[in-house]
Design a protein around this ligand. Structure first.
Ligand SMILES: [Zn+2]
Length: 371
């Protein structure tokens, strides 16, 4: 923040920070809380939320250059003696469990700062720790820093990104909601933003842009195609859902993007067809005829020799099936006859002769059965 944009109060605090830093005073949060609690309180009270981290930044003091003070002992509130950690001492000297002790002294710690700092260093986080210890102030600073960096801090996002910070918010700030409120953020708004961020297409404009991008890159605009699994590398299937949600229907979304839904469907259909015009159909029928494949509607529509595209194209381009056959120079009656013959077990003279010979060779009877 520019020095001129700061309040007089902020400037005073900054000068104080600079003086302490110059005097070699430790400036990590827990040390300041011990030595200059009023200064820490005053910095944390600045609104909109400023925080210790940014106060140091604005004072031109790098966090990496500050002197850090960590206590290597912890005072037992019952006997006043110092220990590196309390649980065993409490158990043997005061015959007390740690949680009983914490009920009487809820703000107390059980392990000295030095050991806790060593543990905290091991935590691998999205953003490395800049403070050696957790505290309410550090928890708030960290949340504010995440928010500045655009790391999601709505509750489920935070749990996923840095659950330790979520736990710190509960432990040091009374909860996630309270922590956000303390840094002047609205938990409801943060949650809404979080869910919108999760959305691949957060608004009308993003849907329109994606539709146009698909069109430009030659991908289909049919809702059915977009929702297919194999399309997922091109577009997220939620595009159609969002389109319907924002515009009322997918055709309306297409229209909003400047496309006529009917034309879109026709274009796709034409592109998909293997037989875009009459000559291609004629050629296909003649090819089938040459290769000895059936050309009747029934056989093109289903069975071993079916050709779905051809079956679809003929009624569109020729109106009637026989018209297409005639155009291809095929006599429909002959084609049917051929088909019938083909389906016979013995379609012609040679087939009958061959069957008789085979029976003869294998010793089967050749006498006509009498009925
Ligand atoms: Zn004690």
């Amino acid at each position: 923040m520019l020095f001129l944009m700061m309040t007089p109060q902020q400037r005073r605090l900054i000068e104080q920070l600079q003086r302490l830093h110059a005097a070699g005073e430790p400036l990590n949060i827990t040390a300041v809380k011990r030595r200059h609690p009023d200064l820490l309180k005053a910095v944390m009270a600045v609104t909109p939320y400023w925080g210790w981290k940014r106060a140091l930044e604005d004072a031109g003091i790098a966090y990496t250059r500050i002197k850090v003070e960590l206590l290597d002992g912890i005072e037992c509130a019952l006997c006043g003696k110092w220990w590196r950690q309390l649980p065993n001492h409490l158990k043997w000297t005061h015959e007390m469990q740690s949680d009983e002790y914490l009920m009487d002294y809820p703000d107390s710690d059980l392990v000295c700062e030095e050991i806790r700092a060593r543990e905290m260093k091991k935590e691998a986080k999205v953003v490395p720790h800049w403070e050696p210890l957790w505290s309410r102030e550090y928890t708030l600073d960290r949340l504010a820093e995440y928010h500045r960096r655009g790391i999601p801090i709505h509750s489920s996002g935070l749990k996923e990104n840095d659950n330790t910070l979520m736990m710190a918010a509960t432990h040091h700030a009374g909860g996630w909601r309270e922590a956000l409120t303390a840094i002047d953020l609205d938990p409801e708004q943060i949650t809404r933003q979080g869910y919108l961020q999760l959305r691949r297409y957060p608004d009308k404009q993003s849907v329109i842009e994606e539709i146009r991008r698909r069109q430009q890159e030659g991908f289909s605009l049919l809702s059915r195609t977009i929702s297919k699994k194999k399309e997922r590398s091109h577009t997220y299937p939620s595009l159609v859902r969002r389109g319907i949600e924002y515009f009322g229907s997918w055709p309306k979304a297409l229209r909003a993007a400047g496309f006529d839904p009917v034309t879109v469907r026709e274009q796709v259909f034409r592109k998909r067809r293997h037989y875009p015009d009459e000559p291609s159909v004629i050629e296909a029928l003649q090819r089938r005829q040459r290769d000895g494949l059936p050309v009747t509607h029934a056989d093109v529509a289903k069975g071993t020799f079916k050709d779905y595209a051809l079956q679809k194209a003929i009624p569109v381009l020729f109106d009637r099936w026989n018209n297409a056959l005639k155009a291809a120079g095929i006599n429909p009656a002959e084609a049917r006859e051929q088909l019938l013959r083909k389906n016979r077990r013995y379609p012609d003279k040679p087939a009958v002769i061959e069957a008789i010979q085979r029976r003869n060779e294998t010793g089967c009877r050749l006498i006509m059965p009498t009925y």
